[in-house]
Design a protein around this ligand. Sequence first.
Ligand code: ADP
Length: 557
Amino acid sequence: MPRGVEKGSAKMSSGARDPLFGTMMDFPLVLPQILERAARIFPKVEIVSRRPDKSVARSHYADFARRARALAAGLLASGLRRGDRVATLQWNHQFHLEAYFGVPAAGAILHTLNLRLHPDELAFIIQHAADRFLLIDDVLLPLLEKLSSKVHFERVWVVPFSGQPLPAGWESYESLLAGAPADFKYPTLNENEAAAMCYTSGTTGKPKGVLYSHRALVLHSMNMTAADTLAVSERDVVLIAASMFHANAWGFPYVATMVGAKQVFPGPHLDGESFLDLLASERVTLTNGVPTIWIGVLDALNRNPGRWKLAPGLRELCAGSAPPEALFRGLDGHGIELLHAWGMTETTPLASFGRLSPVMRRRSPDEQYSARAMQGREAPFVNLRAMAGDQEVPWDGCTLGELHVRGAWIAASYYELPEARDRWTEDGWFRTGDVAAISPDGTIRIADRSKDLIKSGGEWISSVDVENALMAHPAVKEAAVIGVAHPKWQERPLAVVVCREGVQPTPDELREFLAARFAKWQLPDAFVFIAEIPRTSVGKFQKSRLREMYSDWKWES
Ligand code: ADP
C-alpha cells in the first residue's frame, strides 16, 4: 500500500468502523508543492526586480524555481540540519523570493530579519532565534558590520542585488547555488513543521518570534484567492510592496507563486513617485502596503494628475494600521480600489477582509465608505470575538472589547517565550491587544490598540477615529492623536498634524472641522504641527515615540 493512501484500518478492535479509513489521500500542504507546480505550469511568467539604482532585472518562474531548488540543495550540502534557522537581510526582490521557497524546501526555517531595526534590536532577535546561516544583500553589508561584535553566523552568503562585483572576502550566494548536487530530492516534509519565522516589529514592546507552519502558509494563500477576499489570480500582476521582512510580505509571495501571477519587486524605493513609476510601467493590478505608503501615493497623484497611466481596476491591499476613510475616497478618484484587511504578525497575517456585502452595496456611497474603513469580517477558518473581562460583548457595532482570534493560521505560542503564555486564553484564543466592536453582520471595527486608547475622565477616546477624521481635512496630510497626561482628566488628546504643502490651518479651524463629528470632550485640546510623523520600522505612525516627544507637555489651564 503506498504510504499515506489509506489511513487506519477498516475495523477497530471494538468492531466499530475507523472513521479515518478509506477517505482522502493524506497529501501534505507544503510549500514545495507550490514551487514545483509553478515551475511546471507557469515557466514563462515574468518576475521583475528593481535594483537600488532603479534598473530593472527580468527573469521568469522556470529560472526562479530552478534557483530556489538549487538553494535548498546548496544549503543541505553545506550542512544545514532540519529546523535550522536561515536568516535573510534582504530587500524585496527575486533572490529573496528564492529564499522564501528554497529555505523551507530544505526542511529549514526562513527567518526574515527586519533591516530597519536598530542594530541592538536586530542582534537580540538573531541571538534569540539562534540563526545559523545568513543570506544578505551586498548593499546591506554595512549593517552587518554594525552587528559583527554581537552576533555570529556560521556561514554568510552575499546576494548580488546591486549587480556589482562581490566585495572581497565574502562568500557569494551564486557559489552556494552552484554547489548544489544535480540529483537533489526534497526531504519529505510534514505540513505542521515550521517553514518561516518572523518577529513582531516591536510597536508595543520587545519583538516576539512567530513560527509559521507550511500548512498555515498554504491555507493562508488559498484563502487569498477567494473572490470575497483578494481574488488573487493568474491574471494579476502583483507588486509586492509590503516588506518581505514584515509578516511574510502579507503572504503575497506565496499566493502569487501559487496562482502563477507575474511578480514585481520594488527593491528599496517606496516613495510615492518611484512606486507609481513601477505600478504604471509594469501594468500592476494588485499591490499591498501600510497606509503611510498610500498617503504618499495619493499625494503624488494629486500633485501630478494624469502623469501615470495605471492599469484599470488596480487593487491595493491596505493593512497594518487603520487607513482613513479619506484615503479610500481619494484613491477611488484616481481609479485605485483600496481593499482593507486586518491582521498581525501572529496571524500570518491576514485574518479579516473588508469586502462589502451585497446588503452594504445597496446602501449610500457614504455608508459604503464608512463600512470600507472598518476591518471587515473574519476569514473562513478564523474566528473573532470581542471580550470585556471573561464576557463576550454583543455584536451590536458599538460595545468595545478586546479582540480575540483563533484559527488555522493563528500562532499557538511565541518562539521560546514561555513568559508570554498569558497572551493566549485558557480556552485557546489569542488576545490581540486591539480594542474592537463587532457589528451584527460580523464586521469588526478596530477602535485602537489598547495602549493607544485615550482615557479621559473615565471615558475612552479612540485615537484612530479622531486622527482619521482629521485626515479628511483638505489641508491635512497626516495626523496622529495621542493621550497626554492631564492633572484633572488623567489624559487628554493631543493631535500631531502634518500639513499639505503650502497650507497652514489654525487649531480652531481643525477643531471646528471635527466638532461636526465628535462630542466636545472627544476633541483634541491642542494641535501641534510638525514636518513628519515618526514611523516604525514597517512604516506605521510611531505613537510610542510621539508620547515620548510630548511627555512633558503642559496643558494650558
Ligand atoms: P507591530 O505590533 O509591531 O506593529 P504587526 O504588524 O504585527 O506588528 O501589527 C499588528 C497590529 O497592527 C494589529 O494588532 C493592529 O493593532 C494593527 N493593524 C493591522 N491591520 C490593521 C487595520 N486594518 N486597521 C487597524 N489596525 C490594524
